[in-house]
Design a protein around this ligand. Structure first.
Ligand code: UTP
Length: 294
C-alpha cells in the first residue's frame, strides 16, 4: 500500500471581505465594514495580525465593490510615508511601514456577493492543493495565543479540516451554523453533522461555528458541487456537509473572547474592551466609564 502523502503546511489564509455589511448600514453604504476602526486600527487589521502571528505567509483577501480602502490600507503609502519622514514622526512612520510589510497580500474580486462558499472558491487558483486557513474579516478574537495557531496545531494533530467553534447560549443558536459532534479529546470534537441557523428546538447542540476554519483543499470540489441554498447563496456549511459524507471534519473549541464586529453591538463591545486594554487610553477611559451616570 502507498504511504499517505505527508500533510502540507498551512501557509495561506483567505479572508473573505466581499459581503455587503447590511447589519451596519448606513455606515457601510460607501465604506467597507472591515475598515471601521476598533480604537485605532481597522477591524481587518486585527484579523490579519492574528494570521501573521499564527505563522501564515500569504493572505488572500476576497474583496468586492466599494472595498478598495482595504487594498490601500495594506499597501505602501508613498506620500504619507514621505510626509512622516519629513516631519520626523518616526514612531508613526514605523507603524505605517509595518502594516504593508507584515506579510504577502493578494486580492481577488468577487464580482457579486453570492455567499461565503462562493467567496472562498474565488481563491481556488491561488490556494491550489494545500490546506489553508479562512478567517472572516469581521470576526475578532482576543486570545493570548493566536486562535488560528491553536487551530493549525489541531489540524496537524488530526490531519483533517478543523472548524473553530464556541458554545453559545441556546437562545442564540439561530444566528449560527451548529454542529452535532462527539468530543474526541479535550476541546476537539469529531463532527457528525451540521445545521445552518436552526431554531433552539431543532439545534443538535449549542456548539456554534465561528469565523475561523482550516480547510483541506478538497473543499473546492465540494463547493463546486454545492447548489445555491438559503438566499440564493452558495453556503460554506452546505459544502462542508457534502464533504462530511466522505471525509472527517473536526471542531476545535476556542477559548479566546470573540467579537462579531460586523454587528453594531459586537462592534461596541469590542471597542470598549480594546480601549480599556490600550496602554495610552485605558486608564482615562476607565475613569470616564466609571463616572458615567448609568
Ligand atoms: P456575513 O453575512 O457576516 O457578512 O458574512 P455580510 O454579508 O457582509 O454582512 P451582513 O450580514 O449583510 O451584515 C460573513 C463573511 O463572509 C464575507 C463577508 O464579507 C463576511 O466577512 N462574505 C459573505 C463574502 O466575502 N462574500 C459573500 O458573498 C458573502
Amino acid at each position: 500500500m502507498k504511504p499517505a502523502a505527508p500533510l502540507k503546511k498551512v501557509r495561506k489564509a483567505v479572508i473573505p471581505a466581499a459581503g455587503l455589511g447590511t447589519r451596519f448600514l448606513p455606515a457601510t453604504k460607501a465604506s467597507p465594514k472591515e475598515m471601521l476602526p476598533l480604537v485605532d486600527k481597522p477591524i481587518i487589521q486585527y484579523v490579519v495580525e492574528e494570521a501573521v502571528a499564527a505563522g501564515i505567509e500569504q493572505i488572500i483577501i476576497i474583496t468586492g465593490r466599494g472595498k478598495r480602502a482595504i487594498e490601500d490600507h495594506f499597501d505602501i503609502s508613498f506620500e504619507l510615508e514621505e510626509e512622516l519622514k519629513g516631519k520626523k514622526k518616526q514612531k508613526l512612520l514605523e507603524e505605517v511601514e509595518r502594516i504593508s510589510n507584515m506579510v504577502d497580500f493578494c486580492y481577488v474580486r468577487q464580482k457579486r456577493p453570492l455567499g461565503l462558499g462562493h467567496a472562498i472558491n474565488c481563491a481556488r487558483d491561488l490556494v491550489n492543493d494545500e490546506p489553508f486557513a479562512v478567517l472572516l474579516g469581521d470576526d475578532v478574537i482576543d486570545d493570548e495565543v493566536p486562535c488560528l495557531r491553536r487551530m493549525i496545531d489541531a489540524h496537524e494533530e488530526c490531519s483533517a479540516s478543523v472548524l473553530g467553534i464556541q458554545k453559545v447560549p441556546r437562545a442564540d443558536v439561530s444566528s449560527y451554523g451548529i454542529i452535532d459532534a462527539a468530543e474526541a479529546s479535550r476541546g476537539l470534537y469529531k463532527v457528525r453533522d451540521m445545521v445552518e441557523k436552526p431554531s433552539p428546538k431543532e439545534a443538535p447542540s449549542n456548539l456554534a461555528v465561528i469565523g475561523r476554519y482550516i480547510l483541506m483543499p478538497e473543499i473546492f470540489e465540494y463547493i463546486g458541487k454545492t447548489p445555491p441554498g438559503k438566499g440564493g447563496e452558495i453556503q460554506l456549511t452546505d459544502a462542508l456537509r457534502l464533504m462530511l459524507k466522505d471525509r472527517p471534519i473536526y471542531g476545535l473549541e476556542l477559548v479566546g473572547k470573540r467579537f462579531d464586529a460586523g454587528s453594531k453591538i459586537g462592534f461596541l463591545k469590542a471597542t470598549v474592551e480594546f480601549a480599556l486594554k490600550n496602554p495610552e487610553l485605558g486608564k482615562e477611559f476607565r475613569t470616564y466609564l466609571k463616572n458615567l451616570p448609568l
